[in-house]
Design a protein around this ligand. Sequence first.
Ligand code: G3I
Length: 376
Amino acid sequence: MPLSRLYLPLLGVLFSCYSCTITNSDTALANPPSLKTAYQGNFHIGAALNRPQIYEADSVAAALIRKEFNSITAENMMKWMHIHPGVDSFQFEAADKFVTLGEENDMFIVGHTLVWHSQLAPWVQEITDRDSMLQHLQNHVSKIVGRYKDSVRGWDVVNEALNEDGSLRSSLFLELIGDEYLLKAFEWAAAADPAAELYYNDYSLCNPAKREGAIALVKRLQANGVKIDGIGMQGHWGLDSPSLEEIENSILAYSALGVKVMITELDINVIPNPWDLEGADVNQNFEGSPFMDPYPAGLPDSVQIQLAQRYEDIFKLFLKHEDKIARVTFWGVNDGQSWKNDWPIKGRTNYPLLFDRAFQPKKAYHRVMGLKKLDE
Ligand code: G3I
């Protein structure tokens, strides 16, 4: 038998292996491993963007945002004081830029937030009668939702309207309008963009008393025929609390209302929390205190491992309830940007997110990604 008869099939096999390698690596190049690709089919993975990130001031940050996330929320630029600073003046520039960025990258764009007692423009504080508050609130909600109709796909319509005991927080809106302001806000948002998802968003929603308050709020809207699509559980959590059990109980309780559950504003605090110190006052006394700011030069490995474990545990739970959870949004992109460096004490060094100050993935990132590898 001529040698070529033996070699040709062998060459064919070698060539097909080679072309198979090329195809696989092409796919890998087009779809490099990332949070959004790993969790595609489970839930959206989002990040809150600050102003420089919206304007893509840093090319490394911009590339990372495009690679890792398929949903974005404006950390600050859609808040009342920024977007509606004067009675008749709206500042849409940064919000427009944010929405364009999301559209160009086919991201699920979240509007944050329409009705919040905090970060209001000063002129709102001067409103003193019910009719005028109703009229200004309606104008605010309708103008903003209307402008981004069909672009912003979900709105945090009302943010943080509850006290820790589940009662309604006293605010200018509650004081002047009464609790009807909640119904009205959702109705106006639905009228301005019937296709947008509408959410109630708050922190400490795993605490049983506040959870009951949130459930009552959603039921009240539903009983009045007002559209509400989801609950945003802000995930400003710690290494040990809330417990996985309370997180799970809450996901189940909210989902039982027939609304989507979103984990919004996720970050895990790793430095001392002054609220845990009995009798401690959060004030200037703690600024510059090494006890309160223990890791200015870097996170020790032991804590890095605890953080990674906590992220793995909570993502395992999110995956268990993927049929109820529509989105998990981190409150920031990397540690350097996080609000947790400045709250409740200014100028500390915290490490709450999946990317470090140099935008490198941390152990926690790899553990969150690892959960999906086991799945395949
Ligand atoms: O932009 C100014 C800057 O010019 C100035 O030099 C600096 C001085 O401190 O302040 C900068 O503004 C700060 C802004 O964040 C941007 O960093 C404000 O003081 C500060 O109050 C503001 O904090 C934001 C906070 O909401 C209040 O709006 C945080 O970034 C933002 O992460 C935080 O997000 C909230 C959610 O909207 C609702 N849930 C709780 C969450 C955490 O508080």
